[in-house]
Design a protein around this ligand. Structure first.
Ligand SMILES: Nc1nc2c(ncn2[C@@H]2O[C@H](COP(=O)(O)OP(=O)(O)OP(=O)(O)O)[C@@H](O)[C@H]2O)c(=O)[nH]1
Ligand SMILES: [Mg+2]
Length: 216
């Protein structure tokens, strides 16, 4: 099984709860994956690496979009020549100090509805920067995540930036603490969206998750 490259389609950007509810009512079958992380962790780059170039424009203006961007994508079984359609959700980051209180509140309301509606149907990939794991905003986000029944995978991106043995060792050393602290995290992946390391592993993890819905 593979994710078809260059075939993901942008469907719409949503910034209001009513729009989200409308869309979900029209598309109850929303199995797929949601990507979320602090700004600049390489979320768009990872999406590009998984789905083919330029799906999610690598952004120049951090944190500007306050929309849930919805895309469709295809998983293919090359032997059976079967295609299965799923969705992915590019969810803007958290931890922006520069947004107004009102904007942050609207954002949380939208996010809460989103997670409520899609839990059980969507795997959430939380992207973090391997050089700066567990920032305060990441921890706050995970405290919030506890409220939902979501399958969560952590992705430490930019591993190519960990140049020395000791930098790599210190990331490895905190893993038990992460599993202990974040019991709802089912998998941890290490990637370089830039160099391609670990991207195949994420692709397989996504496929394994979404194909459950086709094999029932
Ligand atoms: N070295 C290295 N650089 C990366 C990697 N992934 C992303 N980058 C770079 O990090 C910067 C931010 O990447 P984006 O993909 O735009 O990050 P984002 O999380 O989508 O950022 P926002 O949309 O602004 O929140 C860009 O300059 C990327 O080229 C990686 O794995 N390794
Ligand atoms: Mg981006």
């Amino acid at each position: 099984m593979i994710i078809q490259k260059g075939n993901a389609e942008f469907l719409m950007g949503i910034d209001k709860v009513e729009q989200l509810v409308d869309w979900l009512n029209q598309n109850p079958d929303v199995n797929g994956v949601a990507f979320i992380g602090r700004s600049n962790v390489g979320k768009s780059s990872l999406i590009n690496a998984l789905y083919g170039k330029s799906v999610a424009r690598v952004s120049k203006t951090p944190g500007r979009t306050r929309q849930v961007n919805i895309f469709s994508f295809l998983v293919t079984d090359p032997e059976k020549k079967e295609n299965h359609k799923f969705y992915f959700f590019d969810v803007p980051g958290y931890g922006h100090a520069d947004v107004s209180k009102e904007m942050a509140k609207n954002w949380e309301t939208l996010l809460t509805s989103f997670f409520r509606y899609v839990s059980n149907k969507v795997v959430l990939l939380n992207i973090q920067d391997s050089r700066h794991p567990l920032q305060e905003s990441d921890e706050l986000f995970h405290d919030y995540l506890k409220n939902f029944d979501l399958e969560v995978y952590l992705v430490f991106n930019k591993i190519d930036k960990l140049k020395t043995q000791s930098e790599r060792a210190s990331l490895r050393k905190i893993m038990p603490a992460i599993y202990e602290k974040f019991k709802w995290v089912r998998q941890i992946h290490f990637t370089s969206a830039e160099k391609g390391d670990g991207v195949k592993g994420i692709e397989q993890a996504i496929i394994n998750f979404v194909m459950r819905f086709k094999q029932q």
